[in-house]
Design a protein around this ligand. Structure first.
Ligand SMILES: CC(C)(COP(=O)(O)OP(=O)(O)OC[C@H]1O[C@@H](n2cnc3c(N)ncnc32)[C@H](O)[C@@H]1OP(=O)(O)O)[C@@H](O)C(=O)NCCC(=O)NCCS
Length: 215
């Protein structure tokens, strides 16, 4: 299956049960095995504060279909409360949102699926009332498949995230600062309360020890 001959559908904040019926594309292995990643996404979708946006290809899910549908998950972006094992988990407002991972399976890359996933995630003012941040870590970059240098890859991701009005921010987070190819990006929603914005700034400039999150 290739993007060139497959129509790709995008759906935002899909229910956990719907997600669990998808078949993860074999190439979705940047962060975990495809099966483990699907299970992690199902957990996020089951969280009332989580939102998983999916790109699917193949036959759509039909009512009464068998447990596994004919649809294949070819890309996703996941939004969730800040990862607890990272210093961002110290969010005192409970309202910050982490854009935890974005991935498109290699066979479908270069077809603007990632911008569509992000656009659908931020649609309808969904995150206008909060701050959404993303930590870009070089150890997640697919340098091999892309053929890019680490800095070019960071620039590519910055351009991608800027398409949904996310901006780069300085941070004292040691993990982000451990490589010039890492970055912190965030979108301060137009309706974000001052206390949430202040918490984001406190965390980005606070004291951060190294920690290695799964994504
Ligand atoms: C980053 C990623 C989600 C982009 O997805 P995508 O749907 O290919 O996005 P786009 O189609 O907008 O392409 C983005 C860039 O990828 C590059 N690209 C284009 N075709 C490509 C291909 N076939 N293979 C690899 N990279 C390609 C281009 O530089 C393009 O930038 P440009 O439009 O300015 O030329 C995808 O590359 C990916 O899953 N990478 C691995 C996971 C990752 O790095 N996640 C981010 C860190 S959490």
């Amino acid at each position: 299956m290739d993007a060139a001959d497959e129509a790709v559908r995008i759906a935002a904040c899909v229910r956990a049960a719907e997600l669990a019926r998808l078949r993860p594309h074999a190439g979705l292995d940047r962060f975990r095995t495809p099966e483990q990643q699907l299970a992690a996404l199902v957990d996020i979708a089951a969280d009332p504060k989580g939102c998983v946006v999916v790109a699917t290809a193949g036959a759509p899910v039909v009512a009464g279909a068998p447990a596994t549908s004919g649809e294949t998950l070819v890309g996703y972006v996941a939004f969730h409360p800040p990862t607890e094992i990272e210093s961002w988990g110290a969010d005192r407002t409970g309202e910050l949102v982490e854009l935890g991972a974005i991935e498109v399976t290699p066979a479908f890359r270069g077809h603007r699926i990632a911008p569509r996933l992000l656009e659908a995630g931020f649609a309808d003012g969904r995150f206008d009332g909060t701050v959404v941040f993303a930590t870009l870590y070089v150890w997640h970059y697919d340098l091999q498949a892309s053929g890019m240098t680490d800095l070019a890859y960071r620039r590519m991701l910055e351009n991608l995230y800027r398409s949904v009005a996310m901006e780069s921010f300085a941070t004292s987070d040691e993990e982000v600062r451990s490589s010039a190819a890492n970055a912190l990006m965030a979108r301060i929603g137009t309706r974000a309360p001052e206390r949430v914005v202040a918490e984001f700034h406190r965390l980005r400039m606070g004291t951060h020890g190294p920690s290695r999150a799964p994504w």
